[in-house]
Ligand binder design. Structure first.
Ligand code: BG6
Ligand code: MG
Length: 217
């Protein structure tokens, strides 16, 4: 067996927080009378908070002062935090724990590579923090996905080359970031959205440990 770096996105991969981000943004969009659907929400996945607001304002062709934007960003995060405050291990997406355990049993280093500034508390609440050898999140990077910075930093912290790194991602921008970084991309979600990924699974229950074992051969 070789050693590979296994890098996980957080929102929509490990936990279903994508729905909470959606609800919090939808509330802002409603207040601004901007139509904001699940399809629009795909544009926001993997994207930073600041950029997400800009995308919503662009959708509604709304221009706003920095002061208003700062207020909405704060409001969005407060709403989002109110959804995640009571999170526990029951919100870990099906199959994720089994794969994390398999990787640990096989001494494979694991990292988080997320755009979120709320990543650490969520890993703590769900009890998953001890599984991660490195955590890189929105507080550590300057360039948002599809820039590969977040994943390159994670691989570096694990001392593994990008070519030997494997990324699990639910967002188009994240899959692109992994590909641009010369990493193996595994899309988690709809094949129609994530067709640029090297492998695609609907969720982690579809991932066999034999598949992971083959990656580390
Ligand atoms: C990403 C999510 O993981 O983090 C985005 O996919 C979110 O939807 C981004 O906007 C930033 O998260 P946060 O918690 O810093 O607002
Ligand atoms: Mg995600």
């Amino acid at each position: 067996m070789t050693t590979k770096a296994f890098i996980f996105d957080l929102d929509g991969v490990i936990v279903d927080t994508a729905k909470y981000h959606f609800l919090a943004w939808q509330k802002i969009a409603n207040e601004l009378h901007i139509e904001f659907t699940h399809e629009h929400n795909e544009l926001l996945k993997g994207v930073s908070r600041v950029r997400s607001l800009d995308i919503i304002l662009e959708l509604g062709q709304v221009t706003a002062s920095q002061e208003d934007k700062d207020r909405w960003l704060l409001q969005k995060n407060e709403d989002y935090l109110s959804y995640v405050v009571d999170m526990d291990e029951s919100e870990i997406l099906p199959g994720v724990f089994r794969i994390l355990q398999f990787l640990k049993e096989n001494n494979q280093p694991i990292a988080l590579g997320s755009a979120s500034k709320n990543a650490r508390p969520i890993l703590e609440k769900t009890g998953l923090l001890p599984y991660f050898d490195a955590v890189v999140d929105g507080n550590d990077v300057t360039n948002a996905k599809p820039d590969p910075e977040v994943f390159l930093m994670a691989a570096k912290l694990l001392n593994i080359s990008p070519e030997n790194s494997i990324v699990f991602e639910d967002s188009v921008a994240g899959v692109q970031a992994a590909n641009i970084g010369n990493m193996t991309s595994i899309g988690i979600g709809e094949a129609s959205m994530l067709h640029e990924a090297k492998y695609i699974f609907k969720d982690f229950t579809e991932i066999d440990t034999a598949f992971i074992a083959a990656l580390i051969q």
